[in-house]
Design a protein. Structure first.
Length: 401
């Protein structure tokens, strides 16, 4: 991999002069950095590309309240609308009352999916590994020598998204995804926040535990009962206490609070698994919407694996429900596979099984869905046929909070 020079780094001749006589200069070791990209007011930004005359005005993407009584909610609001108190997931009737001058635009999900694909193409220019986490969020995993080098890449990504796609973005840069995600939230709107590893603990310490990705209302309440409200409190808690309360997630929270590296799928040596996720702006309660999203995620994941010359040995689908509980179904294959069609077919089948199981019980809507592949192996040559898509056994359902 070509080495990226850090800002203000002395030229190679000077580095050589500073090395030991007769020996090559010491190389700056490469480190794994994460650049987390969050597109600002994404749905609104997509609409402003087609209607630039609305720039600077309060704009809301969602079902217009003028269409009559509705349980519709705000999907996205411009920052001009947010000044009036408008927020995502807010009932449309409330938003209309808070900001009567807002321009309402019905959502166009096909447009947003296409824009998301365009964004990922830009991101792939700058990193070998790009992991999408939702339609408007993704992370780049970089091997570069310094925070300055990682920031330079973040600045180029931000500039290209603005110049080529007219999409503003906020970016966080750190050596772990969780800290990079938190930094992104602090960079909004339109900024870049870099957190060197030695500053990670002090950066997150004063923040609420809700700032940590994966900590929702239930986990927050559980931690509050333990006397933990800020991330810094996690660093002072006994690891055994966190583990009893939250299992392995407690270990991750403690490591995050102490500024210690947390092993993540995209940072381990060699390919282990790949996943693609989508968090819906509004909880979904219709199979057609679920199937469309599963197909899109599976297609994107398959193409990503193909670019990395990888095959998959198992496929999983997971739903995070409106109550934040999580159910998954995984199926192992009789042999490693590749290609779009088999992955889409099995992902939809597993999603349907989860969906029908839920319809027979609590009938909860879906907040987030994920398509995952595991047991990855390198592809040495193309498979001649993808027939006989056999499996090793029945699906294995699992539940995780």
């Amino acid at each position: 991999m070509q080495r990226v020079a850090a800002p203000n780094e002395p030229p190679s001749g000077r580095r050589r002069a500073e090395g030991l006589p007769g020996l090559p200069p010491p190389e700056t070791p490469l480190a794994r950095w994460v650049v987390y990209v969050d597109l600002d007011a994404f749905y609104v930004a997509c609409e402003l590309r087609d209607r630039p005359e609305l720039a600077g005005r309060p704009v809301i993407v969602g079902p217009p309240p003028s269409e009559g009584p509705s349980r519709g909610v705000v999907l996205s609001a411009s920052y001009e609308a947010r000044k009036f108190g408008v927020a995502s997931a807010q009932p449309a009737v409330v938003a209309a009352r808070l900001c009567p001058e807002a321009v309402w635009i019905p959502p166009d999900f096909a447009k947003y999916e296409q824009a998301s694909r365009e964004v990922r193409e830009v991101l792939r220019r700058h990193a070998g590994t790009v992991v999408p986490y939702s339609i408007d969020e993704a992370a780049l995993y970089l091997d570069v020598p310094s925070a300055g080098a990682a920031r330079a890449i973040a600045e180029r990504v931000q500039a290209e998204l603005r110049a080529e796609l007219s999409l503003p973005a906020s970016l966080g840069v750190a050596t772990s995804r969780a800290v990079a995600k938190i930094a992104t939230d602090r960079a909004k709107p339109g900024g870049i926040v870099v957190v060197p590893p030695e500053e990670a603990a002090s950066f997150v310490a004063p923040l609420s535990v809700r700032a940590v990705p994966g900590v929702g209302p239930k986990t927050e309440e559980l931690l509050r009962r333990l006397g933990i409200e800020q991330i810094g409190d996690l660093a002072k808690a006994r690891p055994s206490e966190l583990r009893r309360a939250l299992g392995s997630f407690g270990d991750e929270l403690g490591a995050l609070a102490r500024g210690e590296p947390v092993l993540e799928p995209a940072t381990v040596s060699g390919p282990r698994s790949r996943s693609s996720d989508r968090t819906f702006a509004v909880d979904v309660d219709h199979w057609d919407e679920v199937e469309t999203a599963v197909r899109t995620l599976a297609e994107e994941l398959s193409r990503s694996l193909d670019r990395e010359r990888l095959r998959y040995g198992s496929v999983g689908v997971a739903f995070r429900w409106a109550d934040f509980s999580r159910t998954q179904r995984v199926r192992s294959l009789s042999a490693a596979r590749e290609g779009v069609a088999p992955l889409v077919e099995l992902a939809v089948r597993l999603a349907r099984e989860l969906w029908e199981s839920e319809r027979a019980g609590r009938r909860r809507p879906i907040r987030t869905l994920s398509v995952r592949t595991e047991r990855l192996t390198e592809r040495t040559q193309r498979q001649a046929s993808l027939d006989g898509f056999a499996v090793d056994g029945p699906a294995g359902p699992g539940t995780m909070e």
